[in-house]
Design a protein around this ligand. Structure first.
Ligand code: GUN
Ligand code: FE
Length: 455
């Protein structure tokens, strides 16, 4: 397939590349074979004669292709709780909203409804890769992996482990059962996608307070034996940090709790990290572990504004996470805005350097996220050899001679025709939504489309 039209992607943290009138050739395995800028179909056919019979998808008008978003941290079973957090902070939020909802996933038909809805939702917002927490239930966790594979969304799917400080009605009964159940889910996910191209398992201790140190070590061992990814939460909230200090008096720090258990590896995704000390940040960097920045959640449950500029300056790998339902949106585009806003709140105290730019937020949403999930060689940008994980963006068009009489089903962004491609990208970042995401591909497969895809 040849994709014609403007394409936009990040080439570095601070630079966007905009290829106007571009052409990207994608083979039957979903691999990008050529990328041309400033061209037209005749030239493409001359230069790549083998492609004369290829299907052509031509994006005209004000739109552009953008790499699929990567959500490095979210909780699929918490989707029904979106927007429900009241005035809680982390620990009472978990007890009030989260544990009762997650416990209900012992019911598989309920899991089917909620998980299939959430995967559709995240795809509709352009998320082509997602690191999911499921629940403690093996059947429902495996079902989430089935749904991702069937819908074609790349996913890391984790069965949540929690053997202490959790309600009697929702917890692992023993370390042995936690490990056996986690292993069962890892084996199942590997059996349905042996290549791991689309779905992969991920070892998921909920967070330090909900696992004993023996359980954390057993999970570290399990991840080592199975060479699996690992995800957990770290230093999200001050009360949580105080609790960790109390529960693990012999540990040097929250980070040390995970390090001692063998849970800090280059395949580890640590969500939040709002209150990490300089020393802890250095340990995380030394181990090669990655950070998932979840700014909407950090504001909603009042955890704080993570020091992302400092993380980037020291060379930590950072991506964005929606953290539904601590976060109130399944959209990584929304998370870009939240990352930019919270960096501005930090800038009000720390100085202007703290501010993230539009380009930087988009980088975290794509290439940064790809590095966090260990897929930077495959996705995150448009280069020969990478895979076609992409979204087609179309913006509203104000036609000469009048408005659209209230019919704004082409989304919230108004383009008048004189804007540069860069202006259009900015308009999209600050006011776009899922209505502007008209088609989504993963590895060359069309996994989501709206009526505007080919109108
Ligand atoms: N810490 C432990 N569990 C959770 C969770 O479900 N969401 C968030 N945001 N933080 C957590
Ligand atoms: Fe979370």
């Amino acid at each position: 397939t040849i994709y014609l039209g403007t394409f936009v992607h990040c080439v570095s943290l601070s630079d966007l590349e905009i290829g106007e009138n571009g052409a990207i050739g994608v083979d039957e395995n979903g691999i990008i074979r050529f990328v041309e800028k400033d061209t037209e179909l005749g030239h493409v056919h001359e230069k790549h004669p083998d492609w004369n019979n290829a299907e052509v998808i031509h994006l005209k008008g004000n739109g552009f292709y953008f790499p699929g978003f990567i959500d490095t941290h979210t909780h699929a079973p918490q989707h029904p709780n979106t927007g429900l957090f009241g005035k809680t902070t982390l620990l009472d939020w978990l007890d009030t909203y989260t544990f009762p909802m997650e416990a209900s996933f012992s019911d598989l038909s309920r899991a089917q409804t909620i998980y299939s809805n959430f995967v559709s939702r995240t795809l509709s917002h352009g998320t082509t890769t997602c690191a999911y927490y499921a629940t403690v239930h093996v059947p429902a966790t495996n079902l989430l992996a089935d749904i991702c594979l069937q819908r074609g969304q790349r996913a890391l799917v984790g069965r949540v482990c929690m053997n202490t400080m959790s309600p009697e009605y929702y917890r692992d009964q023993s370390i042995d059962s936690a490990i056996a159940d986690s292993k069962a889910s890892i084996d199942y996910i590997r059996s349905i996608d042996p290549t791991g191209d689309i779905v992969k398992p991920i070892v998921t201790p909920r967070f330090a307070p909900s696992c004993t140190s023996d359980c954390l070590s057993a999970l570290g061992q399990l991840a080592k034996e199975t060479e699996a990814h690992i995800q957990t939460h770290i230093s999200e909230n001050k009360n949580e940090n105080a609790l960790v200090k109390e529960l693990f008096p012999d540990s040097k720090s929250y980070t040390d709790v995970y390090d001692t258990a063998g849970l800090l590896t280059p395949k580890t995704i640590l969500a939040h990290g709002v209150h990490l000390s300089q020393e802890e940040r250095q340990v995380i960097k030394d181990r090669g572990a990655k950070i998932s920045h979840c700014p909407a959640s950090n504001t909603a449950i009042t955890s704080g504004c993570a020091p992302i500029r400092e993380f980037l300056d020291m060379g930590l790998t950072v991506g964005l996470g929606t953290d539904v339902s601590g976060g109130f949106s399944p959209s990584i585009l929304e998370e870009c805005r939240q990352a930019i806003w919270t960096s501005r709140f930090r800038a009000m105290h720390d100085g202007d350097e703290a501010k993230l730019s539009t380009q930087e937020a988009l980088y975290l949403a794509t290439r940064g996220g790809a590095a966090v999930v260990g897929m930077e060689d495959r996705v995150g940008g448009f280069e020969v050899g990478k895979e076609w994980d992409a979204q087609m963006i179309r913006l509203g068009e104000v036609k000469e001679g009048g408005d659209r009489e209230g019919r704004f089903d082409d989304g919230p962004v108004d383009v008048f025709g004189w804007e540069s491609a860069e202006d259009r990208v900015n308009k999209w970042v600050y006011s776009g939504d899922d209505r502007n995401c008209v088609a989504v591909w993963v590895k060359g497969r069309l996994v989501h489309r709206t009526a505007r895809f080919r109108d």
